[in-house]
Design a protein around this ligand. Structure first.
Ligand SMILES: *Cc1c(COP(=O)(O)O)cnc(C)c1O
Length: 427
């Protein structure tokens, strides 16, 4: 089916009519009158995620300590079970994925395990636009190895401040580089990096490569195993809708299984010997080895319900709809908001664009406040970025139309002038 996108309200109505994913919208707690376009920061609660959390509470209430081994989802195996259920979203085998930790903690674990500076191969390569927490973690490990930051970490610059050129990343892959850590999708501009190409280039040069999937998991399909990516890590509270502070995930390619975890803890143990309480760790023979302590069971629970939805909807279908939603949104910006000083920070091509669009405007901070007051929930990133993320699972086409209508009114009436030009503490 070819979609000739028309920047009209009628097109949105027609698309909603024949949207095969529309039924999932009813599963989410949406606020009436409000258009939520911030699912790339915090996904909304679904009834299924709520139920799986409530079920977990009742297993605690009813079973006490026996919840570890009994019940529908015994807690002792929950991280492995959810790892297997996350695996299709990242294109990995079940044993390559574990639900554990958080983005930053998992990156610390993976660097502690795989960053082994030796001889002249001592550098970590990252990009200059990546999420700060990732850089903080990388700097920690450079310092822990007793290296100067300037000799241990290279951040590849962006020419325009929005996207990072893959050529520049490949150029930085010298024989002094031990490991590369990059985002799959850049959190501001939504640029997708070609993970397959970069992995191939890194491996040809004897370099390990890992990706931060925070802005791609649940938004775009991945084939990490096939591409041979060494490791990856992510959170599940953005596109995966598992709730604030929900447990994250990590992937380690099978060829590295058996590698001793850099940060060891008893939940990385092979399950059958964990309770032998021996002082010599016998790590699990799969990605589970990279767990540290007792799993945060209540923060894992919503993932059970949420992943059910992803498996029913299918990531390929979700991606198709997401691309149509963002393409439609860009068309509307071009036609409805022409001459209002907006520009796109995101790549325009489907193959290079993640799940959100990045609108640039010098009044971004005040426009975001005005949008919120009009019931459109955007995401502001200093100094001039408005991120808008229509979610394939719960945003309708007509909401995208309506959001742009409200934005247009804000611009025409200069409503943003009624707000202070400063960002909130969380933004
Ligand atoms: C959201 C996000 C994080 C957050 O890290 P946490 O440890 O989950 O707080 C890290 N990296 C990227 C790219 C993100 O988008």
């Amino acid at each position: 089916m070819k979609h000739d996108i028309k920047p009209t309200r009628a097109w949105a109505e027609e698309m909603d009519q024949r949207d095969g994913l529309a039924r999932f919208r009813e599963e989410f707690y949406l606020k009436k009158g409000s258009i939520y376009l911030d699912g790339n920061s915090l996904g909304l609660l679904s009834r299924r995620a709520e139920n799986s959390l409530l079920e977990m509470l009742s297993s605690w209430r009813e079973r006490g300590i026996d919840g570890w081994t009994d019940g529908k989802h015994p807690w002792f195996h929950l991280s492995e079970q959810l790892g297997a259920q996350l695996a299709p979203l990242v294109g990995a085998t079940p044993k390559e994925v574990i639900a554990t930790g958080s983005t930053t903690v998992n990156l610390h674990q993976l660097l502690a395990t795989f960053y082994q500076p030796e001889g002249k191969r001592i550098k970590i390569v990252a990009d200059a636009l990546t999420f700060p927490s990732d850089i903080y973690a990388m700097k920690s490990h450079v310092k822990l190895h007793g290296l100067e930051l300037a000799e241990g970490l290279i951040q590849v610059e962006s020419k325009d401040g929005q996207v990072v050129e893959e050529e520049a990343l490949i150029e930085a892959m010298t024989d002094e580089v031990a490991i590369i850590v990059l985002p799959s999708v850049l959190y501001r501009s939504g640029q997708i990096l070609n993970m397959e190409r970069l992995t191939k280039a890194a491996h040809e040069r004897g370099i390990l490569i890992g990706f931060d999937l925070c802005h791609s998991i649940g938004a775009i399909p991945h084939h990490l195993s096939e591409w041979g990516v060494d490791f990856a890590f992510w959170c599940n509270y953005k596109y995966v809708n598992a709730g604030p502070g929900s447990v994250g995930g990590l992937y380690v390619n099978q060829r590295h299984h058996g590698q001793f975890p850099g940060l060891a803890g008893w939940f990385g143990s092979a399950k059958d010997v964990q309770f032998d309480m021996d002082h010599t760790l016998q790590p699990a023979s799969h990605a589970g080895a990279f767990q540290i302590g007792t799993p945060h069971v209540l923060s894992l629970a919503p993932l059970l319900g949420s992943l059910e939805i992803f498996h029913e909807a299918g990531i390929d279908e979700l991606r198709k709809k997401s691309l149509l939603l963002t393409r439609y949104l860009m068309n509307l910006v071009d036609t409805q908001l022409a001459d209002m000083d907006f520009s796109f920070g995101n790549p325009l091509e489907d193959t290079r664009r993640g799940g959100h669009i990045c609108l640039i405007h010098k009044e971004a901070v005040r426009i975001c406040k005005a949008l919120k007051a009009r019931g459109v929930i955007p995401d502001y990133r200093a100094p001039n970025v408005i991120r808008l993320a229509p979610m394939a699972l719960y945003t309708s086409y007509i909401e995208v139309w309506e959001a742009v209508e409200r934005l247009k009114a804000i611009m025409e009436n200069k409503e943003y002038e009624g707000y202070k030009k400063e960002r909130g503490v969380v933004a």
